[in-house]
Design a protein around this ligand. Structure first.
Ligand code: F2R
Ligand code: MG
Ligand code: MG
Length: 308
């Protein structure tokens, strides 16, 4: 792929994720809404301020760039430093507790197992994993390894790690598909299904395929979920992208219209869509409203340089 095109896709992924988060944050925890109402919300809001989803994604990129690849101790310390600077970003309950355990001396790769039985299966490691999908897009085995390790810092449950790996792989597949080429939705899902190592995710992805033509959003939520757990949000985000792969705007609006964990599902859908379509596909009026846009663009460019 031409280097300039690839850069546009890196930018599209990270800016797309941050905008999905910033817009979805207005509806987190709410019910299903009309798509027109979400579109009108997007017009009304003056600033798209991001939450923990983007704040942690920034931490992942900063660490990958500075370490020129994955370094678990460095990434954990980056998360802690960023959290302590801006603890008000709407973090889930787990990560701040893990940070305290690490600060008390526990190693980065065992602290997370201390806070929930079997570790956390929240979507907090999937929501921040897009940079891993970008950096390791040409090596699925390495992508899985790094997605698992980066998840383990805060989310060590099998379903948390697998959700992160699937989201990273969806970003990689989108990145590697030229934006001028139509997405073969069934082939995309088949690759994800073969990549998944957990039966529960394989089943969710099979359900995703069955729902591609579904018009009833309540049924989509009933089958795929819209919750805070990785299993009930990663397949949903992938679905939101595949439902309207040619439009970033429609994917994000649709994701938010499903209600529930809207910032996170819209952020993950936005990351996949942006990685496929590139930065030009994201409405300029949305981009202009994004908090810290210049810094996120700078990180995307540096990650692209690291990758190329
Ligand atoms: N925190 C929020 N939203 C709350 C409202 C924010 C408000 N707007 C504000 O401004 O303050 N959203 C963010 O949190 C989610 C990511 O959470 P994360 O990082 O995964 O947290 P955690 O605690 O690890 O897991 C989330 C919940 O899942 C359940 N759970 C996980 N593992 C479990 C286990 N082994 N056993 C039982 N339950 C488990 C728990 O209920 C956890 O609290 C994103 O939505 C992000 O936007
Ligand atoms: Mg959030
Ligand atoms: Mg959320």
């Amino acid at each position: 792929m031409h280097k300039g095109r690839l850069k546009s896709k890196f930018l599209g992924c990270l800016i797309g994720a941050a905008i999905g988060d910033g817009l979805g944050a207005w509806r987190e925890g709410r019910r299903i809404a009309e798509k027109e109402d979400i579109a009108s919300l997007a017009e009304r809001v003056e600033e798209l301020a991001y939450t923990d989803d983007t704040h942690m994604t920034i931490g992942v990129v900063e660490s990958l760039i500075q370490s020129r690849g994955f370094d678990g101790e460095h990434m954990a310390q980056t998360f802690i430093k960023n959290y302590e600077t801006e603890p008000w970003r709407g973090y889930g309950p787990g990560p701040p507790r893990v940070f305290r355990v690490i600060k008390s001396g526990e190693p980065w790769d065992s602290a997370a197992s201390k806070i929930y039985r079997g570790g956390s299966f929240g979507n907090g490691s999937a929501m921040r994993v897009a940079p891993v999908g970008l950096l390791y897009s040409n090596n699925p085995a390495k992508l899985r390894e790094i997605a698992y390790k980066s998840s383990s810092i805060t989310h060590s449950h099998e379903l948390g790690k697998e959700g992160a790996a699937l989201q990273a792989y969806a970003v990689a597949l989108a990145l590697n598909t030229p934006s001028g080429e139509e997405i073969d939705r069934e082939a995309f899902l088949l690759k994800l299904q073969n990549f998944a190592q957990t039966q529960l995710y394989k089943e969710k992805i099979a359900n995703t395929k069955e729902l591609l033509g579904e018009q009833d959003r309540a049924r989509v939520v009933a089958v795929l979920g819209n919750g805070i757990e990785a299993l009930n949000s990663v397949p949903t985000a992938i679905y939101c992208f595949l439902k309207q792969p040619k439009s970033y705007k429609d994917s994000v609006i649709y994701a938010i219209s499903l209600g529930g964990d809207t910032d996170t599902i819209a952020s993950m859908a936005g990351a996949i869509s942006g990685a496929y379509l590139g930065i030009e596909a994201i409405p300029q009026e949305w981009r202009l409203k994004l908090e810290n846009k210049a810094y996120i663009e700078d990180l995307a460019e540096k990650l692209w340089q690291t990758a190329t």
